[in-house]
Ligand binder design. Structure first.
Ligand code: NDP
Length: 372
């Protein structure tokens, strides 16, 4: 844990990477020119929308991961990306030709950034080509689909990661370190919120067939995933309540959900998510010896934090996706297993998401999960 944290801090500061990974200093620090490592993770992105653009731009600062290909249903985007990122024709695919990736030795991994409900189909397609896969959150519509995705990747012998960028983010790493080292003492309570006011009423995020669900699927997973890394435990029961103040806009998907997670130690995490108001982003974990509060906690940052000892003084902000993609490259290229970003991590979240929706359907009933 410490060496990982040190690595991230050194990456952020642009120092010491040579010593750690046999690499030159990274361009993550603005004043240090980018020198790419000899070994590169060669990445293609599938679904060239808003988030794909953020990942692609952040990857320009990576030292160990390079954007080399695209999969897109929009020819004009392929043209733009080819020029912008110097992508060769032979590394461009559409959704009909994607199976041909199997004949391309110049792509190692495909990052799936399509709408939520397409993740299942697209991950299965990529796994069948023999390429490793990164899939955006929420991993799928439900736990059943997630299990199928994990099984397909295992069968194909490829790695399967979820785009949990915060697992590479320094404040988040620090809170996990504080909890694991015992600095916070026994964890007593967690209070996590993540939501925002959604805009365009015609967007796919408000259509169940493409989004799988509403705020819970999109950003509630941050509060939930955060509750799991705040406690280091898996919930054993869930209760949840939904309110809908705009039943027209949110006809197909959930608008505002509060949910409670009960953990084996007795800790309860009180969590919430919304698509209908802003300023709803905070992580707060309280132990017997101290606390950590991150606010903002889950967005692109800069993340800000304080503990019982005062403000958290972390390294200067680096785009989370730069840290994530270099971190993943380090894991894959140097065979370093990280259980916290694999398909199994996504499955643990989806089991809870299923229980949240089940509890709502059953009028807030307590749903027991992860029984021994
Ligand atoms: P966008 O709508 O901006 O982009 C999605 C892209 O998917 C489209 O541009 C399109 O690309 C492709 N696509 C394929 N089929 C469809 C379809 N039927 N309808 C719409 N688009 C389609 O979405 P985002 O980029 O905002 O989100 C994509 C994924 O990334 C989601 O799962 C979301 O949860 C996740 N995300 C994660 C974030 C994070 O911080 N980790 C932040 C934002 C999003 P093309 O034209 O190239 O085929």
């Amino acid at each position: 844990m410490n060496s990982r944290r040190d690595f991230l801090q050194k990456v952020s500061l642009g120092i010491g990477v040579t010593a750690l990974a046999g690499l030159p200093a990274t361009a993550a620090a603005p004043s240090v020119p980018l020198v790419r490592a000899e070994k590169q993770l060669r990445v293609a992105i599938m679904g060239l929308g808003g988030y794909a653009n953020i990942v692609a731009d952040a990857m320009q600062k990576c030292t160990m991961a390079t954007l080399v290909g695209v999969v897109s249903g929009t020819p004009s985007k392929i043209d733009t990306w080819k020029k912008k990122y110097n992508i060769p024709d032979k590394n461009t695919y559409n959704y009909e030709t994607v199976s041909e990736l199997k004949n391309n030795p110049d792509i190692d991994i495909v990052y799936v950034t399509t709408p939520n409900s397409l993740h299942h189909k697209h991950v299965l397609q990529i796994a069948a080509t023999g390429k490793h896969v990164i899939c955006e959150k929420p991993v799928a519509d439900n736990a059943k689909q997630t299990r199928e995705m994990i099984a397909a990747c295992e069968k194909a012998g490829v790695k399967f990661y979820i785009g949990y960028r915060l697992h590479f983010e320094p404040h988040t790493r620090e809170l996990i370190r504080m909890r694991e080292s015992g600095e916070l003492g026994k964890i007593m309570h967690v209070n996590n919120y993540m939501g925002f006011k959604s805009g365009d009423p015609t967007q796919w995020r408000l259509k169940k067939a493409l989004a799988g669900g509403g705020a819970m699927m999109d950003v509630g997973v941050y509060a939930l995933n955060g509750a799991r890394y705040c406690t280091g435990e898996e919930p054993i029961w869930v209760t949840a309540q939904e309110t809908k103040t705009d039943p027209i806009k949110f006809k197909e998907v959930d608008e505002t959900i509060t949910f409670q997670l009960g953990f084996p130690s007795g800790v309860i995490a009180n969590c919430g998510t919304t698509y209908n108001f802003n300023n709803f982003e905070r992580l707060y974990v309280i132990g017997e010896k101290g606390f950590v509060e991150l606010s903002p906690a889950f967005g692109y940052g800069p993340i800000k934090g304080r503990t019982n000892a005062g403000p958290m003084n972390m390294p200067p902000h680096v785009p989370h996706q730069t840290l994530q993609m270099d971190g993943l490259a380090d894991i894959i290229l140097n065979n370093k297993p990280d259980p916290h970003i694999t398909g199994q991590e996504g499955l643990k979240d989806m089991i809870v998401v299923d229980a949240v929706y089940e509890s709502i359907r059953k009028g807030g009933q307590k749903i027991f999960i992860n029984k021994a």
